[in-house]
Design a protein around this ligand. Structure first.
Ligand code: GDG
Length: 464
């Protein structure tokens, strides 16, 4: 990217929670897939990142050696309720993950979503000039490209959709389906993780808007938009490097020390009904019930990071998980051994890395997931090239990691079976699978991903 053409990134959440104190600005990393991937990219390329955050203002970060500017936009409690809790998380999130039983379609929420999307577009316009590349991210901001296009017809607009795009028969239940599609189609380029989502999007545009599709191009209302599939990457080199640090090794050894010879199985997710946490616990229940020889032989450490506490469905899910853990531990513990250790809190990135280093098996079984970065991070952290990944066939990343043990998270028997295969997998087979996975995640990292978009964003946008 030439200095004359900056990158202006627009997303719902920013990378940090900022706390202004008498000693200056303190930063606390926000947790979630988008920030994990996009922050290293912004640190490398620079530019401006526009996001919802407090206090409103512009910050150069990191303060000692600025690499990019953060422009925070503050929202009123009514805006948060209608735009974020309401339309984003009770309408778009469940419909896109095909959870029709959880959708709540409220016209008042849609109105607020539209107002807030307009505010994001205005902020992005104020932060950018002609020729800059404006890259909008995710389902909370589907209408932003349209507002930008109306205000600046020549704008260079990219969009990346981080979650699944559902089949048309599901998406069409959304009363504002046409408006969402029109919002996205104002972009020059729209990206999804995998071809299935890109296909669903094109089909919806044809069926619901009468758009026409020719290869990667969709034409609608006189404009042509390119639609591509490219799974987001992680900063592989950084994870691999940090995983090798002596302090990470020491922390991983401390975690293992209390487990003796038990196999350590690890689950890490944000609290979310799409992540299949209760369903996976039932798989453990079935394994211990049907194959008692495994009792006492492993421990599942399940980390669940608090998330979206404003939304009722998330609070209810927490209660369900608490009950399932209590029931299984109550049934199988023998006083000394506990099958499930449930940690409902958040960790620093280096603490998380120690868990990845310590775990023999990663259990990643969402019911639906746009991609899933935990699986990639686990693979990148396995510097000794051992370990097994159990992966849901409904996570986008399954197509990138066919060497994982692919399982159907809706079947407790399938999950139990994958666990028993993982527990028995010989080292040679682990290594063979892990090497293949590590090579792919290394090659298709965050820079590979960003390049695929920015190279397609027109002259002047190519990376140096
Ligand atoms: C969305 C899509 C898509 C978790 N607990 C802690 C922590 N994490 C980090 C993980 C990982 C990230 O959060 C979660 O990323 P995922 O990809 O697994 O899931 P979503 O947040 O739902 O992300 C998803 C992604 O966007 C990217 O496009 O893959 O499908 O739903 O990086 O490590 N990080 C820290 N402490 C924790 O306790 N520091």
């Amino acid at each position: 990217m030439t200095p004359a053409h900056r990158l202006v990134l627009v997303s719902n959440r920013g990378p940090y929670r900022l706390v202004v104190s008498p000693h200056g600005l303190r930063r606390q990393r926000t947790i979630g897939g988008l920030v994990t991937s996009v922050l290293p990219m912004m640190e490398q390329f620079g530019g401006v990142w526009v996001a919802w955050g407090e206090p409103e203002g512009r910050y150069s970060l990191p303060p000692q050696k600025p690499r990019f500017d953060l422009r925070y936009l503050s929202l009123t409690p009514e805006e948060v309720q209608g735009y974020y809790v309401g339309f984003s998380n009770r309408a778009l999130w469940p419909v896109c993950h095909s959870f029709l039983g959880r959708v709540h379609y409220d016209p008042a929420d849609w109105q607020v979503y539209e107002v807030v999307n307009r505010r994001f577009a205005e902020a992005a316009l104020a932060e950018s000039g002609e020729g800059d590349v404006i890259w909008v991210h995710d389902y909370q901001l589907a209408r932003v490209p349209l507002h930008l296009r109306q205000a600046r017809p020549s704008a260079r607009l990219l969009f990346f959709w981080h979650i699944p795009f559902p089949p048309t028969e599901i998406f069409r239940t959304l009363p504002w389906r046409r408006m969402v599609l029109e919002g996205l189609l104002a972009s020059d380029l729209v990206g999804f993780h995998i071809p299935e989502y890109a296909r669903n999007f094109c089909e919806a545009a044809v069926e619901l808007l009468g758009a026409s599709v020719d290869g990667e191009n969709i034409t609608y209302a006189g404009r042509t938009t390119r639609v591509i599939a490219r799974p987001i990457g992680i900063d592989y080199a950084a994870v691999d490097r940090e995983a090798r640090l002596p302090r990470t090794t020491a922390a991983a050894e401390r975690l293992r020390a209390g487990l003796g010879s038990q196999t350590l199985i690890l689950g890490v997710e944000r609290m979310d009904y799409t992540k299949g946490i209760v369903e996976r616990l039932r798989g453990v229940d079935v394994l211990l019930e049907q194959q008692p020889a495994w009792r006492g032989k492993f421990s599942l450490i399940q980390i669940v990071t608090p998330s979206r506490l404003e939304v009722d469905a998330y609070r209810d899910k927490k209660r369900e998980i608490d009950e399932a853990v209590g029931r299984i531990n109550g049934r199988f513990s023998d006083g000394l051994w506990i099958p499930i250790r449930y940690l409902h809190r958040s960790y620093t990135p280096s603490e998380l890395l120690a868990y990845y280093r310590a775990a023999d098996i990663a259990l990643v079984t969402p019911l639906r997931d746009g991609l899933n970065l935990v699986a990639k991070e686990y693979v990148a952290a396995r510097i000794a090239e051992d370990g097994v990944v159990i992966l849901s066939e409904f996570a986008g990343v399954a197509s990138q990691l066919p060497e994982a043990l692919i399982t159907n998270p809706y079947s407790q028997e399938d999950v139990a079976d994958a666990l028993s295969r993982a527990l028995r997998m010989p080292r040679d087979e682990q290594r063979e699978r892990m090497q293949a996975m590590r090579n792919r995640i290394k090659e298709q990292d965050i820079q590979w991903w960003a390049k695929g978009f920015l190279d397609g964003a027109g002259p002047g946008a190519a990376l140096s």
